[in-house]
Design a protein around this ligand. Structure first.
Ligand SMILES: Cc1cc2nc3c(=O)[nH]c(=O)nc-3n(C[C@H](O)[C@H](O)[C@H](O)COP(=O)(O)OP(=O)(O)OC[C@H]3O[C@@H](n4cnc5c(N)ncnc54)[C@H](O)[C@@H]3O)c2cc1C
Length: 283
């Protein structure tokens, strides 16, 4: 997803000004290579869990870790048998929307997430409700910073570009609080740890989202399929104006779908393989 626009740019296919800046001969000028980066964006809220049964407990106790390993080995059950997301919901942040624009994920664990140190589970039993904005308006870029193929490109998401991008997540965070306050969860949910009960006004929420919001790891769009000046590939995934070259990965999606991206990416690969065969047979 990040690699495809980088490879194309390094090979002389991309925005002319960018390629010239690094002395790369322009084979085909396509401004859309590395443009239109689109991703889901999420924040998260954490509650203490009244019983010590979460993945946090597993992470901090060698004894519980060993028990979980034995349980999994014997019966393929327990913490190690699931992907960490226990429940989810698709909801609309505004009833006038045609389709849901929020996904709420419930994790049986919680963590402090830091850019430099990575994800560290909290040292207490807890669970997380994470509202994910599925239709952000912000679009970003992937642009080479050097002609060296081993140098990582610059990735700018441009998250939280519009008022709607904030509004949807604020709605999602308030809905998560309503869910955690349901009587059915009363035997399990302790006090809210993050962002904490002091965070109530829209301004507080916006500040929280700015600090704690992260990519949901579903980037798409940097080699967008379509027609027009910003499109990179045609509907048969052939790079516009370049022969015998296709892109077949998440980067060709014009916009991020309203759900996870792994299955659509696999479908794109399968479809591309079929089209290559069809075109070879027709030639
Ligand atoms: C931590 C994480 C968790 C995720 N969880 C989920 C999930 O639960 N459900 C879901 O639906 N989606 C999930 N996703 C998203 C999903 O993995 C991606 O949408 C999907 O893998 C995209 O497929 P792709 O083929 O476009 O890219 P990738 O799967 O990233 O494949 C790109 C490949 O290209 C290779 N490559 C890159 N540059 C070069 C180069 N210069 N030369 C040669 N090879 C190169 C890479 O090594 C890689 O093998 C997750 C993503 C991450 C990062």
């Amino acid at each position: 997803m990040y690699g495809s626009p980088q490879l194309l740019q390094l090979s002389g296919i991309g925005p002319g000004d960018l390629l010239r800046e690094f002395g790369i001969p322009v084979i085909r000028e396509i401004p859309g290579v590395g443009a239109n980066l689109h991703d889901h964006f999420n924040t998260y809220l954490v509650w203490r869990r009244k019983q010590s049964v979460t993945i946090n407990d597993l992470a901090r106790s060698p004894l519980i870790k060993a028990k979980a390993a034995v349980q999994y080995a014997v019966s393929r059950s327990g913490h190690l048998s699931n992907a960490g997301i226990y429940a989810g919901a698709f909801v609309k942040s505004d009833p006038r929307l045609e389709t849901p624009d929020l996904q709420i994920n419930m994790f049986g664990w919680s963590a402090v997430e830091r850019l430099r140190t990575g994800i560290k589970p909290h040292p207490f039993s807890a669970f997380t409700l994470s509202p994910v904005h599925l239709r952000p308006e912000g679009r970003g870029t992937v642009r080479i910073k050097s002609p060296d193929p081993f140098a990582p490109p610059s990735i700018r998401f441009n998250f939280l570009a519009s008022e709607y991008d904030f509004r949807a997540l604020i709605y999602g965070a308030r809905l998560a609080r309503k869910i955690a306050a349901q009587p059915a969860l009363a035997p399990f949910a302790g006090e809210e740890v993050l962002p904490g009960p002091q965070c109530q006004s829209d301004e507080d929420m916006i500040a929280e989202i700015r600090v704690r919001g992260v990519s949901n790891l579903h980037p798409v769009g940097t080699c967008r399929m379509g027609r027009g000046v910003d499109a990179v590939v045609d509907p048969r995934l052939r790079v516009h104006g370049v022969e015998r070259l296709r892109v077949a990965d998440a980067s060709i999606m014009p916009q991020v779908p309203g759900g996870n991206t792994n299955a659509p990416s696999i479908m794109i690969g399968e479809k591309c393989a079929a089209m290559v065969l069809e075109d070879a047979q027709a030639a």
